[in-house]
Design a protein around this ligand. Structure first.
Ligand SMILES: C[S@@+](CC[C@H](N)C(=O)[O-])C[C@H]1O[C@@H](n2cnc3c(N)ncnc32)[C@H](O)[C@@H]1O
Length: 490
């Protein structure tokens, strides 16, 4: 272990710790599991295909996501790690997984016009094959239609036999002949039933479409829904000085150290492995800068997770300073410890395996606290498209309660004049601006804090209250909300 890095054992006994953790519903809590805890189970298709192709790999991943509640990015990266597909096929498999998940509602609407039974009653390999083939027909024009239909039918035959393959063939050939039925939404719904229109066109559950409409009105909600349906760029952050950047990687104007890559490459993967670079969305980088950490501060990253933001805070603090990074999930802290061990950072970093509620008094109070709270995650649905089908309005309500409890605990640990930054990767009003309004009402000694001196212009990223309000349409990054508050000096 490097000097300056202290791993601290859990603060509370197992029963106490479990009780604190149980305040967050297990399903939502697990949504932040680290890649290390991904289940590595065997293929579940009826018969294992003999040769792995982009489509068989994508189907296997889709099957795990549906059957095991796996997370798309984890299931896909596990499969790609053990496959020998070339770069082109890896890209196609990735496109098929994310596209089929992201467009699922639109796909199923069209597909069900050609299948007389309920789609849920079809065997999984048939349903997933039909879904993936429909995705390619509706949204990808570079793959010849007849070739992809033949391929889908062959895969159904291998998984379910000749008779079912005949059924899949009939469905897809019928679809090929009836292009007039390929539009999932009705144009007239745009004004009459805007939530359904957005939901069917951009493949969102109605309740999420309604949240966008309530907050932004139809024009802007549609622009945002369209942006959320796209694929996200690959953003990186420089962790260590580099003489040259890999091909296809270029620096952004702001914030400092932010990079954008055209695609992955072996050279890039080697730099990530060596912790010279890290993958981090532009929005997440901006939030870390928005904290305004500087030498002389005692800082707390209260929900540090894998430590995307802790690393930047650690790089901004000085020798003799302390950063406490706290999270109840040990696998995440282990990954953060591994990264920190490869970096030169000045402050002492204390990794605390605990909930914020369990953080011992002896850790003291802080000049800066970041609460990057568990949230509905709707701002990152481009990266985790299955999230939109797994969340419900009741989850948002439960998370709002968890967030306000975390914030109240954080407020109690602020030194006079200290800064509190609250952030979430979602766009619901309740988890964002309303959470802050209620916090300010509950704690009269809190006030809004000015923007930090970060060496770049904050204007493109903040609203009139100085809150970070990021989205894929205006900023080409995930949707994040963050607010910066200050405890009054006395
Ligand atoms: C949005 S994620 C944090 C992401 C992280 N800050 C980053 O930049 O990579 C929220 C984190 O909160 C943690 N968490 C959940 N309940 C918590 C609690 N009561 N106290 C502290 N952390 C909690 C989860 O384990 C999860 O890692």
């Amino acid at each position: 272990m490097r000097p300056g890095l202290h791993r601290v054992p859990p603060a509370a006994g197992p029963r106490q710790a479990r009780a604190a953790r149980e305040r967050l519903p297990q399903r939502l809590y697990a949504a932040h599991r680290s890649p290390l805890s991904a289940p590595r189970r065997a293929l579940r298709l009826n018969r294992a295909p003999t040769v792995t192709t982009a489509r068989t790999l994508a189907l296997d991943v889709l099957s795990r996501i549906e059957q095991d509640d796996a997370y798309s990015h984890i299931a896909l990266s596990n499969q790609l790690a053990t496959s020998e597909l070339d770069a082109r096929d890896r890209a196609l498999a990735t496109e098929l997984v994310y596209g089929t998940l992201a467009r699922q509602r639109s796909i199923d609407t069209v597909l069900s016009r050609f299948v007389s039974r309920k789609l849920e009653s079809l065997d999984r390999p048939v349903r997933l094959n039909l879904r993936m083939a429909t995705y390619q027909l509706l949204y990808l024009d570079r793959i010849p239609a007849h070739a992809l239909v033949n391929d889908a039918v062959k895969l159904v035959k291998r998984a379910c036999g000749q008779r079912t393959a005949g059924f899949a063939n009939a469905v897809l050939r019928n679809m090929l002949r009836s292009k007039e039925k390929w539009q999932p939404f009705e144009e007239r719904d745009r004004s009459a039933h805007p939530a359904r229109y957005l939901g069917l066109k951009y493949s969102l559950p109605d309740w999420i479409a309604r949240r966008l409409l309530d907050r932004h009105g139809l024009e802007r909600a549609e622009a945002l829904a369209e942006a959320f349906a796209g694929r996200p760029p690959l953003y990186l952050r420089r962790l260590q000085p580099l003489d040259t950047l890999p091909e296809g990687v270029s620096p952004l104007q702001a914030p400092p150290g932010a990079l954008k890559a055209e695609s992955s490459s072996p050279e890039l993967r080697a730099l990530l492995e060596a912790h010279a670079l890290t993958i981090q969305d532009l929005g997440s980088q901006l939030i870390a800068h928005y904290c305004g950490a500087s030498p002389g501060m005692r800082a707390l990253d209260a929900c540090c997770g894998l430590g995307g933001k802790s690393l930047l805070l650690a790089q901004q603090l000085g020798p003799g300073d302390t950063l406490v990074a706290c999270d109840p999930l040990p696998t995440k802290l282990e990954m953060l410890a591994n990264t920190l061990a490869d970096l030169r950072v000045d402050p002492t970093v204390v990794l605390r395996e605990a909930t914020l509620q369990e953080l011992p008094e002896s850790d003291g109070d802080f000049d800066l606290i970041l609460v990057d709270a568990p949230c509905s995650g709707l701002g990152v649905i481009r990266r985790h498209p299955e999230t939109r089908w797994r969340r419900s309005p009741a989850d948002v309500d439960a998370l709002v309660r968890v967030q306000s409890e975390l914030l109240d605990h954080a407020v109690n640990r602020l030194n006079p004049g200290a800064t509190l930054v609250y952030s979430v990767c979602t766009f619901t009003r309740e988890e964002g601006p309303e959470q802050i309004e209620r916090l300010l009402e509950r704690h009269p000694h809190l006030e809004r804090a000015p923007l930090p001196e970060s060496g770049f212009d904050w204007a493109p990223f903040v609203n009139t209250l100085g809150e970070l309000d990021l989205n894929p349409r205006d900023h080409d990054c995930d949707a994040f909300f963050a607010a910066r508050l200050r405890r009054t000096p006395t």
